[in-house]
Write a protein that binds this ligand. Structure first.
Ligand SMILES: [Zn+2]
Length: 248
């Protein structure tokens, strides 16, 4: 018998229906479904395939939120959902190549980390995180994911206000908030995360098993990332998020 089923069966049989499964126990069950490969962007087994790849529960919650927003005249459009390790590596290495033309590698790395995650650590690998625009307005030309498009009279302001008011009802939270006390990545008014699932992924990212697996990945600039560099990265960048997304 699989360990997961064994646990469920023995707990339910042994303690009966009075048992209130606490959240720790639920976490244990959930954990067994998340593979380290899913955290590293090396497997798509956790995703639901639609127009944009998303983690299964995230997809369901997003569909509900999208319908609700549509009733208020807002067309939520995901411009970036799941991203593989290879895609993140491509983004990272392109920036690394450009910046190291004029800068020392460690300086280039710190500059890339203003907005981009180190390959294998991106929340976009999890399929729980999305970059959003409003497709019901005239979309600006050029780069869409800019702060100026989300505030004041800008095209995506209405969507931003709607999300501020309603997204948490569907489990979605802004990750990189405009908060001076927050460490890590810059403010990203477009990046939301499906909290119930993302918390589990983040928790697993702190495990020794995950850290060891990450060490085996290869990309440019990695030789500069010592263990203490990575400890500080996970603390300041990985946990530099809205408190509602922190593992309980
Ligand atoms: Zn994003």
């Amino acid at each position: 018998m699989k360990r997961k089923r064994f646990l469920k069966t023995s707990i339910l049989a042994g303690i009966g229906s009075q048992l209130q499964l606490n959240s720790e126990l639920f976490k244990l069950f959930e954990f067994e479904d998340i593979k380290i490969e899913n955290l590293l962007g090396l497997s798509q087994s956790h995703l639901k395939s639609e127009f944009i790849l998303l983690e299964e529960d995230t997809f369901k919650a997003f569909s509900l939120m999208k319908s609700s927003a549509l009733e208020d005249g807002i067309t939520l459009k995901i411009v970036s959902g799941y991203r593989s390790f290879e895609q993140q590596k491509e983004i990272w290495e392109w920036k690394f190549k450009q910046l190291t033309k004029t800068k020392a590698p460690i300086q280039a790395i710190s500059e890339i980390m203003t907005y981009s995650s180190i390959p294998g650590t991106s929340r976009h690998h999890w399929g729980t995180d999305i970059d959003l625009i409003d497709d019901s307005v005239i979309v600006p030309e050029g780069d869409l994911l800019l702060e100026k498009h989300y505030h004041g009279n800008a095209p995506f302001s209405k969507m931003k206000s709607w999300m501020e008011k309603n997204s948490s009802d569907f489990g979605f939270r802004l990750v990189y908030t405009r908060d001076d006390t927050r460490t890590g990545f810059n403010y990203e008014p477009w990046h939301y995360s499906y909290a119930p699932k993302a918390k589990l992924y983040l928790d697993l990212q702190s495990s020794e098993k995950y850290r060891k697996a990450w060490r085996n990945l290869e990309f440019k600039g990695k030789s500069y990332m010592t263990d203490s560099f990575m400890d500080s990265y996970f603390k300041n960048y990985g946990f530099g998020i809205h408190p509602s997304l922190m593992p309980s």
